[in-house]
Structures are given as C-alpha cells and as structure tokens.
Design a protein around this ligand. Structure first.
Ligand code: TRP
Length: 380
C-alpha cells in the first residue's frame, strides 16, 4: 500500500487523496472466498479512516460480457451482492456502493483506451485466457468479453483510484490498467493515476479452495460456502469437507498440505479461538503437529473449524437478515452511490477529453485561432 499521501489534481484544484475502487460481478451470491480474499479487507480499510473515498462497484456491465443471454441473472444478483456487502459491514455512510452500468462515463473512457491496447496484449492476459477456456469461448469470443480488461481499467482510472483491494486472480487486470495509464499519460500528458493492487497478506486467503479441495470456489462446482448460508448449511458443508484421504483412522498420521480443513483454519483461526474452544492446544501449530503425528480425528478438527467460522459468519448472517427487510432502502443506497460515482467519473472524463483535445466547445482559443486564420485569409 502507498504510505505517502498522493496529491491528485482535479480541475486544477489540488486535493489530497487516497482512493479505493473495487468491485464484484453480480453473477451470484458472494462466498467466503470473496470474503477472506477481499471483502473483509475492504471493511477494515473503510474503518481505518485512512481513505478519502471508498467506491465499491457492482460490475453488472462486466457480468454481461459473459452473460449476455442472461440479463435476468445479472439483474437479480445485484441485490444479492449489495446485501452481502452491507452484511459484511460496508457502511453506506463511509463507502459509496454503485452499479457500473449507471455510470456511462466508464463506457466512454473504455472507447478511448481501446486505442492504446493491442489485440495481442489482450490475448496474453492470463485471466482472459483461462476464462475463455472455462466458458468454452475458444471458438467464438464475444468482443465485449475480450476487451473487459480495458473496461476494468476505466473503472479504476475513472475515480483516480490509488488502491484496489482484490483477489490474486485480478493481478493481470491491474497490470493492464497500469500499462494503459502509462501509455495515456505518455501520449496525452499526465492525467491518470497509476493504481496499486492490495492483496490479502495471509497465504490461505489469497485463494481459498472449495470445500472439495479443488483450487477454486465456484458455484458450478457446488463447493462454496456462501455468506448467506444458514448455520446448518455451513455446518453440513464443513462436515463434508475434503481432508486427507489417507487419514482413515484417528490414530493414522495425517497430512496438512492440501487439507482443506487446515487451509480454512489458516484463513479464519486466531490464537484466541484455542483458549475459547479447544484449550488443550495452544495454537494452530500445536493442532497441526498433533494431526501430523496421528491421534487427532477429522471430526474434532471440523467441529473446531465450525465454531471458529461461526464466530465470524453469525454476525454477517444476522446483519443480512436485517437488510433483507429493507430492500427499497438498499436500492436507494445504490442509486445515491451511482449518482455520486457518476459525478466523479464525469470529472475525470472531462480531463481525459481535454488531454485528448476533444473538448472543442470549451476551447475558446481554438475557436479564436481558427476565426483569425480564416479572417486573415479573406483579407489577403
Ligand atoms: N473483475 C472483477 C471480478 O471478477 C470485478 C471488477 C470489475 C473489478 N471492475 C473492477 C474489481 C475494478 C476491481 C476493480 O470480480
């Protein structure tokens, strides 16, 4: 994270600013992978008071780049994502939550950035590559999908974001954004701000595996624990979680690596949890050592994980229940956030157009110069 305060120029007015922009595609409810990978951090950053502006975007336009035939899914999931945000503790008084499609300036910026990016550069983007495979797009990639890294650069630069807290999978998007910023500033003059990615510092949180031990949590694999799951659902999913397939008897020595229950403990558990729920162990290292030695059963570890996770998930679940009874208010929050975001993006777009010399009507000098030229010609 950038420690110093970066000065940012808006309309020639110097203001100091540390700005966060991040978001999620509304293609489903958010799960605990989203939570440990980014959401939890956002709430901490929000409450740190260190940031002048926090913008959280529901990326519906981006979701449509690979769900063009399913707009209803995107529409329905906007509220789910918003509820998950509020449930986790994003506070509309401190953070502006907005909907991407309601800020048309983002689309306009993308059109100009497209001139600064080559097709081969997009083809090399590892996230795009793997998503093309995942979605069987090899034969026919929609142009909109192919160019979504450019649209993501617009999302970030429109707000002059300095800090982008996201999961590791978004690294290539941030690289692309930085390249666009450098190129733009080199060609048109210093205008855009280069953002920094903020990754989780805990290795287990970087990429939380699914409950089946597969590398990624995904709705289609059915291996997610959702923030909106009930306590019973969470407990059932933990009971069925992938561990060490060779750890058959309690007395068998067990393996920690690739053992989902321990990866989740790495992500969620703190020393205090042992004093509270499992006082016979001092900390996670002691528990792991016993498991590796043999003599510790999966059921006991899973029960402990369930208690640890419940401590974090129960308040989120309760807050979600409250917000679920205030849906019109949630839409008002989104509308207010979208208007605010649009105002900010419009300022940047005006600067961009000025830098690109496509601000004809506000350029009085241009008009005067050209009038003069033709007046002189007529006088000759
Ligand atoms: N690509 C992100 C995701 O898949 C969503 C997103 C869109 C985003 N624009 C962004 C994230 C800008 C951070 C910054 O979840």
């Amino acid at each position: 994270m950038r420690k110093d305060w970066q000065s940012i120029c808006r309309y020639g007015k110097q203001i100091l600013g540390k700005i966060i922009l991040t978001g999620d595609r509304p293609t489903g409810k958010l799960h605990i992978g989203h939570y440990v990978g980014s959401l939890k951090r956002r709430v901490e950053l929000q409450n740190s008071g260190e940031f002048d502006q926090i913008l959280i975007m529901i990326a519906d336009a981006q979701a449509l780049t690979d769900n063009a035939d399913n707009p209803e899914k995107v529409r329905q999931n906007i509220i789910e994502v918003a509820l998950d945000y509020l449930a986790c503790g994003l506070d509309p008084e401190k953070s502006d939550i907005f909907i991407q499609s309601q800020v048309p300036e983002l689309t306009e910026l993308s059109f100009y950035y497209m001139n600064l990016v080559t097709v081969s550069r997009l083809q090399r983007n590892p996230t795009v590559k793997s998503e093309i495979q995942m979605r069987n797009f090899e034969a026919s990639i929609p142009v909109g999908f192919f160019t979504y890294p450019i649209s993501q650069a617009s999302d970030i630069t429109a707000f002059k974001a300095t800090t982008v807290p996201v999961g590791e999978d978004q690294l290539p998007m941030l690289e692309q954004t930085k390249e666009i910023v450098r190129k733009f500033n080199a060609v048109y003059g210093e205008t855009l701000v280069e953002p920094e990615i903020l990754l989780p510092d805990n290795q287990a949180c970087l990429r939380l595996p699914g409950t089946d031990g597969k590398a990624k949590m995904s709705k289609s694999l059915g291996n997610c624990i959702y923030l909106s799951d009930s306590a019973e659902e969470v407990s059932k999913k933990i009971r069925g979680m992938y561990t060490d397939p060779n750890h058959l008897k309690v007395s068998d020595p067990g393996t920690i690596e690739g053992n989902t229950v321990f990866t989740y403990l790495d992500a969620f558990c703190k020393d205090e949890h042992f004093a509270k729920y499992l006082p016979e162990y001092e900390n996670l290292d002691a528990l792991k050592a016993h498991y590796q030695r043999g003599g510790l059963g999966d059921v006991k570890v899973k029960k402990f994980l369930n208690k640890v996770m419940e401590e974090e998930l129960a308040p989120i679940r309760a807050r979600r229940k409250e917000w679920e009874q205030r849906i019109p208010e949630v839409y008002e929050i989104l509308e207010r956030g979208s208007k605010k975001a649009q105002g900010l993006a419009a300022e940047t777009l005006a600067e961009v157009k000025r830098a690109m010399k496509i601000n004809y009507f506000e350029d009085k000098e241009l008009i005067a110069e050209q009038s003069e030229k033709y007046r002189n010609q007529a006088a000759e």
